[in-house]
Design a protein around this ligand. Structure first.
Ligand SMILES: [Zn+2]
Length: 168
C-alpha cells in the first residue's frame, strides 16, 4: 500500500500527461479540465478521505464534511476504493452537502443544483467527460499504486461473509 506522499507525488507527476492526452482527444479546454480534475481528484477527492490522510487535511476546517464518509465507510472498502463506485460516492457526498446548503440559502435553487450535471452533459459533453475522466483516472492511479486494483480487504470480507453463511 502506497503512502500519502507517494500518492501525492504520482498525482503531480501524472497530471500533465493525463491533461495532454485528454486535450489531444477532446480539445484544449477539455485538456485543462482533465488536468485540473485529475489534480483535484488525487489531492483533495482521494479515496483515502475514508481515513486520516493528506487529502483530508487539505480540506482544513471544511474536512468536517467528510466525517460521515469516514465514519460509515471502512478504510479501503469497496465504497471508497471501488472503481467508479468510490468517485460516485464522494460526488454524492459533495452533492448532499451542496443540496443542504442550497436549501438553507434562499439565493441558491436546489433544483438547479440537481440538474447541473445533466445540463452540463447535454450542453458541454466533452468538458463534462473530461471532468469525470480526470477524477476517475486519479482513482485508478491511486489503486494501481496501492498495488491491487482489488484490495485484499474486499476478498477478506467476502471470505468472512461466505464462512458465516456456511456456518448457518
Ligand atoms: Zn487508498
Amino acid at each position: 500500500m502506497a503512502s500519502g506522499q507517494h500518492h501525492d507525488r504520482a498525482t503531480l507527476g501524472w497530471s500533465l500527461p493525463i491533461g495532454l492526452a485528454a486535450g489531444s482527444l477532446l480539445g484544449p479546454t477539455a485538456g485543462v479540465i482533465a488536468f485540473t480534475a485529475f489534480l483535484f481528484g488525487g489531492l483533495w477527492l482521494s479515496p483515502d478521505l475514508d481515513t486520516q490522510s493528506n487529502a483530508l487535511h487539505r480540506w482544513g476546517p471544511l474536512g468536517v464534511i467528510w466525517w460521515p464518509y469516514r465514519r460509515l465507510i471502512p478504510h479501503r472498502s469497496i465504497w471508497s476504493h471501488g472503481p467508479l463506485v468510490g468517485t460516485a460516492v464522494r460526488l454524492l457526498v459533495l452533492l448532499g452537502w451542496t443540496l443542504l446548503i442550497s436549501s438553507l440559502v434562499p439565493a441558491i435553487n436546489p433544483n438547479k443544483v440537481l440538474t447541473a450535471l445533466p445540463w452540463a452533459l447535454q450542453n458541454h459533453p466533452q468538458q463534462t467527460a473530461a471532468l469525470l475522466l480526470g477524477l476517475e483516472a486519479s482513482v485508478w492511479l491511486h489503486l494501481l499504486q496501492d498495488g491491487d486494483p482489488w484490495p485484499a480487504e474486499w476478498t477478506r470480507r467476502q471470505r468472512r461473509v461466505r464462512r458465516q453463511r456456511q456456518r448457518r
